[in-house]
Ligand binder design. Structure first.
Ligand code: BT5
Length: 254
């Protein structure tokens, strides 16, 4: 396994004080993927709250086999969770983490990011963060945030907070994220998705907008309406029918 960076761990620990999630902390300058490290830590008994932080990744990954560009300037995190709710509810954690991400960004930068269901965070029409939930022996939630990344190293639709006039300290942002995610995760564990859905509404960038969705080999077009009580996206299809899409089954094209 890659070598941990004690100086980086000390700096980050200052900003993680008081956060119930974010410990134990494993911080690295460079890894393949923080997801792989987190799953390996789970296999050796890592508790809920264990956090992997990397300053760069060589093989950062997104959903559905896609790659996540992970040059210097970004924050790359994986958080170990052992939820008590049924496995069918696990995809909702993508929205729990999304809520924590937008609130942490807003708190530190003043910018108002929007969530593009199910797992993208946009500022000024640029994707600045993405979330990945993987359930194996435990659940690992991965978050990548382009904090001060050179936009030249990012895909076309992407942007970084600094380049969009929303600079933040990456360590403080990590701390703010961990505090937010800890409090929303507790709410979710106790009360389910209802309160998360209400808290998410002002941050949802899609409602009333046209969407193209692929689910397996099917393709749908319509207008995004709302989130339902399970975190599914409710869409009024152009055919007039209404349909709710699961986080796991779809790719949202626009
Ligand atoms: C995501 O996937 O948005 C989830 C990304 C999760 C990354 C974190 S970093 C820490 C942890 N360790 C990992 O290895 N992964 C997680 P998806 O919705 O599939 O979006 C991927 C798509 O976003 C790519 O196909 C590109 O089009 C675009 N993309 C790639 N890198 C990007 C970046 N740095 N910023 C914005 N967009 C990017």
């Amino acid at each position: 396994m890659e070598t941990r960076d004690p100086a980086l761990e000390t700096r980050l620990t200052e900003h993680l004080r008081g956060a119930r999630l974010g410990q134990p902390l494993y911080a690295f300058q460079r890894v393949g993927s923080t997801m792989e490290i987190a799953h390996a830590l789970v296999a050796s008994g890592a508790p809920e709250g264990a956090l992997v932080f990397a300053a760069r990744q060589n093989r950062g990954r997104g959903r559905l086999g896609r790659a996540w560009n992970s040059p210097e300037g970004g924050v790359y995190l994986s958080l170990v969770l052992r939820p008590s709710r049924p496995p069918a509810d696990t995809p909702q954690l993508s929205l729990v983490a999304g809520l924590a991400t937008v609130q942490a960004i807003q708190q530190l930068t003043g910018a108002f990011p929007v969530i593009r269901w199910p797992n993208d965070v946009f500022v000024s029409d640029r994707k600045v963060a993405g979330i990945l939930v993987e359930a194996r022996a435990a659940v690992v939630v991965g978050i990548g945030i382009n904090v001060a990344t050179d936009p030249g190293q990012l895909p076309k639709q992407a942007g970084s907070l600094a380049a969009l006039g929303a600079s933040a300290d990456p360590y403080r942002l990590t701390g703010a994220f961990c505090r937010q995610v800890a409090s929303w995760y507790d709410v979710w564990a106790r009360e389910g998705f209802g309160p998360i859905r209400n808290a998410l509404r002002p941050w949802m960038g899609l409602f009333g907008r046209p969407v193209h969705i692929t689910a397996g080999t099917h393709r749908f077009e319509g207008t995004a309406q709302d989130l339902d009580g399970q975190g599914r996206l409710v869409v009024r299809l152009d055919s007039g029918m209404q349909r709710a899409f699961e986080v796991g089954e779809v790719a949202l094209l626009r």
